[in-house]
Design a binder for this molecule. Structure first.
Ligand code: ARG
Length: 572
């Protein structure tokens, strides 16, 4: 049990002993939620607001605080003081160190893990790239937030299903085939990959300006795909292979993988029954020749289901996909990690599912995120100002390598470590802010080994590892936890003891950045400790305690980095 839980239990006990017959007093769990951390450490480590008890006890809060203060008999855990209607707790530092270290050591690399998700399934729709388009920096957030959330939920015992809902359906693929037939060559596309496909698409639009009949040809090719024409399908599925082959390189660098690649085209033959169901439930209405679900009473524009020309759209496939996922995976939550620009789309889709009578519609969540700009410049595909993710990652690795050459010229496996550091720097930046905030990517910040950055946290981890390698040569001793009562050790211990709650919170809010924050705080607290105290010197029981604290720090940083998808090299 961590100290906060312990204090809550003892305080609840204390109240119920003092006032056995009063109803409406909080139990330990509620009480734990009420404990606050005073802004000024001089006021204690935790404070309980006695206002909560004023009503059931019909007493003034300062009076309640006084009574509790007198009845408290657990100074071995914390001493108490009554201040302005608050009961303030001052931790017994040695006890706090001992309980926290015991929890850390017994859990080992499972520290912060849990089985609260046992028997529950979470579907995560993330990355969800489009065929024939290159992976640009805009895809980084969906990919990394989704990947991180998957790891977080796995760690909490959930069953997770990672889905790459490929954008592999639409009239543009007819145009691409048309362009390929006219100006493309097999070798060029095989060699050039998605970039070659993109070039064909650009050429199509340029030529179609001059010759509008091309548009009809493009449509005709798409019709062929829809009708299952063998030639069209073969080319289309080859485009898909080319795209996935290129994407696989990026996924490989990022360490990301999926359980399913069922994208939009997967639902083509599954939409008819869903459309029929919408009709049977009286939800489809005609509007200007199209079939829509009216959402006026929800203050939303109608959700288009079938266009005038009979074609289905993105939303039709998402509604079908949600039903399919529920029937297949029986999800408890289905998360869509998609940019906030698609907010309306998802609100419409979820509302339509609700209108269809699916109670699980409320378990579909749009996990939205903001935009990424690069060195202060907004990125837009239209102006041709895109940063390709693969280039960015390769550059990050190169730059990291240059820094390592300078900082640690004798390091072995420099290439591998530079890859971990460079990629880590990019991922850290992406997951360092509240996901809804826009991000500006800057090299000097991302690769600043001394600032709040991926390399800084990794470096701290490597520092812990290096200390532990040296510690292994010392004669061992039983740790004396009272050696960890100084301010710096206590600050660090406090952060470590909160880490399991941070993971729960991050899962609850779908916010990996909370873990990024936590590992950064822990790294800073450790470095402060490291500068103030000599870890390996001193008498053996003290050194053993400090080494154990170093090991716990290493473990928690490693877990935290893992949960946000960053590797933790042992040497840097
Ligand atoms: N492919 C889409 C895009 O890049 C994102 C798909 C998100 N997932 C979904 N189920 N709609 O814009």
């Amino acid at each position: 049990m961590d100290t906060m839980t312990q204090i809550a239990a003892l305080a609840a006990d204390c109240m119920h002993t003092l006032w056995p017959d009063v109803e409406g007093l909080p139990e330990a769990a509620e009480l734990k939620g009420l404990l606050a951390v005073p802004p000024d450490p001089a006021l204690g480590d935790y404070a309980f607001p006695c206002f909560r008890l004023a009503k059931p006890l019909r007493m003034a809060p300062p009076k309640i605080a006084e009574s509790l203060c007198q009845a408290w008999s657990h100074d071995e855990v914390a001493s108490v003081r009554a201040v302005n209607g608050y009961l303030n707790f001052f931790l017994n530092r040695a006890n706090f160190a001992a309980t926290t270290m015991a929890a850390l050591r017994s859990a080992g690399d499972r520290y912060g893990a849990s089985d609260i998700g046992k028997g529950k399934t979470i579907c995560l729709d993330y990355s969800s790239i489009n065929i024939a388009k290159r992976f640009h920096i805009g895809h980084l957030s969906t990919t990394m937030i989704g990947h991180s959330l998957k790891r977080i939920f796995d760690f909490l015992g959930y069953t997770t299903v990672g889905i790459n809902h490929l954008g592999d359906w639409g009239t543009q693929f007819g145009k691409m085939i048309c362009a390929y037939q006219k100006w493309g060559s097999k070798e060029e596309v095989e060699q050039g990959g998605v970039a070659a496909l993109e070039a064909l698409y650009v050429r199509f639009h340029a030529e179609a300006e001059k010759d509008p009949s091309l548009e009809d040809e493009g449509r005709a090719w798409f019709k062929k795909i829809e009708d299952g024409d063998e030639e069209a399908l073969a080319i289309f599925s080859w485009f898909k292979d080319i795209t996935l082959r290129d994407a696989a390189r990026v996924y490989d660098i990022l360490g990301v993988s999926f359980d399913s690649y069922a994208g939009e085209s997967f639902y083509i033959d599954k939409m008819a029954p869903v459309i029929q169901e919408l009709r049977d439930k009286g939800l489809l209405v005609e509007s200007e020749g199209a079939q829509v679900v009216d959402l006026e009473e929800d203050n939303m524009p109608p959700c288009l289901i079938i266009k005038k020309d009979g074609a289905t759209i993105y939303a039709t496939r998402d509604i079908t996909a949600a039903i399919y996922r529920q029937n297949t995976y029986h999800f408890d939550k289905c998360l869509y990690v998609v940019a906030y620009q698609q907010d309306l789309h998802f609100r419409q889709v979820f509302r339509v599912l609700e209108k269809m009578g699916y109670p699980w519609a409320k378990d579909c969540v749009h996990v939205a995120f903001g935009m990424v700009s690069f060195e202060g410049e907004a990125l837009s595909t239209r102006k041709g100002k895109t940063v390709h993710l693969e280039d960015l990652l390769n550059q990050a690795v190169e730059k990291a390598l240059a820094i390592m050459e300078e900082k640690s010229p004798n390091l072995e496996n420099k290439e591998t470590i530079a890859r971990q550091v460079g990629v880590g720097a990019v991922i850290y930046t992406d997951l360092s802010n509240n996901r809804i905030k826009d991000i500006d990517f800057r090299w000097d910040r991302a690769l600043n080994f001394d600032g709040e950055s991926g390399p800084y946290v990794q470096y701290t981890h490597a520092r812990c590892c290096s200390l532990l390698r040296r510690a292994a040569e010392l004669p061992g001793a039983e740790p004396d936890w009272s050696a960890l009562t100084d301010d710096e050790a206590q600050s660090l211990l406090r952060l470590l003891s909160r880490f399991p709650d941070v993971i729960l919170d991050a899962a609850d809010k779908y916010e990996p950045s909370m873990i990024t924050r936590a590992v950064t705080d822990i790294a800073q607290a450790f470095n402060k400790y490291y500068y103030e105290h000599r870890i390996l010197d001193g008498e053996p029981a003290q050194a053993a305690a400090r080494i154990a604290l170093t090991d716990a720090t290493r473990q928690v940083i490693r877990t935290g980095l893992y949960l946000i998808g960053i590797e933790a090299p042992e040497r840097m």
